[in-house]
Write a protein that binds this ligand. Sequence first.
Ligand SMILES: NC(=O)C1=CN([C@@H]2O[C@H](COP(=O)(O)OP(=O)(O)OC[C@H]3O[C@@H](n4cnc5c(N)ncnc54)[C@H](O)[C@@H]3O)[C@@H](O)[C@H]2O)C=CC1
Ligand SMILES: O=C(CO)COP(=O)(O)O
Length: 327
Amino acid sequence: MIGGGAWGTAIAQMLCREGQAVILWCLEAEVADAINSTHENTVFLPGVPLKPALRATTSVADLYDQDALFAVAPAQHTRTTLAALKGHISPGTPVVLCSKGIELATGKFMTEVLADELPEASPAVMSGPSFAIDVAKGLPTAVTLAVKDESIGDELIAAISTPTFRPYLASDLLGAEIGGAVKNVLAIACGITLGKGLGRSAHAALIARGSAEMTRLALALGAERETMAGLSGLGDLVLTCSSETSRNMSCGLALGRGETLDSIMAARNAVTEGVATAPVLRRLARQKGVDMPICDAVAAIIEGEISVDEAITTLLMRPNRAESVLV
Ligand SMILES: NC(=O)C1=CN([C@@H]2O[C@H](COP(=O)(O)OP(=O)(O)OC[C@H]3O[C@@H](n4cnc5c(N)ncnc54)[C@H](O)[C@@H]3O)[C@@H](O)[C@H]2O)C=CC1
Ligand SMILES: O=C(CO)COP(=O)(O)O
């Protein structure tokens, strides 16, 4: 497991079972020490007792030549963590990408970052409605597991699934990545809407029109429409846009209530992927000629170009149009 944040810890906890050893690589020595000595990730997932068999490390060498890797660093750090494994994985090793975001510097999705850094890996994307705290506690969860190589998919399903953690096999890796990255930006928009007191009707409208934006981008990039209606699309959009447990949603709520982005980010040590993804998503959508007004508005707020009130007015003044995901 590459990444000892909340999500890496939760997946490691879920995978750690008889006959299956899991090594969790953490950036911070205090996180690894706490997991090994007190069986708790006191920094990123406090309050959840971890299985004593789960072993943490800060040594990248402990990740060399493993049967499978899960990449769970934040999207902006995925490249450097994967690069550290160059020359140390066997050809065909499954690398399951679990981060939800687009690389700001390059506009690349995580599968592209993996292809740059570890081209010999066999890529997979795991994404869907899954709060780390729920998975770590063993609450029922279902996700999309999109794999390039179907036979590796079957092996991964056998290794990962439990009665309460249900991966659904898919082949559209890009679609799964688009859902995970775009829903974070839309969750910020939904948070702003509720934080501003615009009501549940506006919130529901944003989810539906946001879903249309996501689908439009997916079609333009060559992903499948069906994926957008699945766990990694609609499923995660609904979860993240409806719960304050989401860091993206709660960031939006605070923005809507009048806090500044700087003060919100300074007060948390948890990653809020939509903040980095929004500007690069806007860039990508423009390059591809895809209209994404809600995501654009979030990017403009985050970049300090317009206020929350101006963004709302701009969205409400848009001309009426046909209800279609294509326009
Ligand atoms: N927490 C959740 O419920 C879920 C998170 N994810 C995704 O998992 C990814 C990781 O998120 P969390 O585990 O929640 O993070 P977190 O917010 O719990 O922890 C932050 C993580 O960032 C790492 N980090 C900070 N600077 C770094 C650097 N320079 N290099 C490498 N790592 C660095 C920290 O070591 C820590 O592991 C994100 O892309 C997120 O969208 C996906 C599904 C669920
Ligand atoms: O991706 C998630 C749930 O599926 C977690 O969302 P946040 O990163 O907004 O907390």
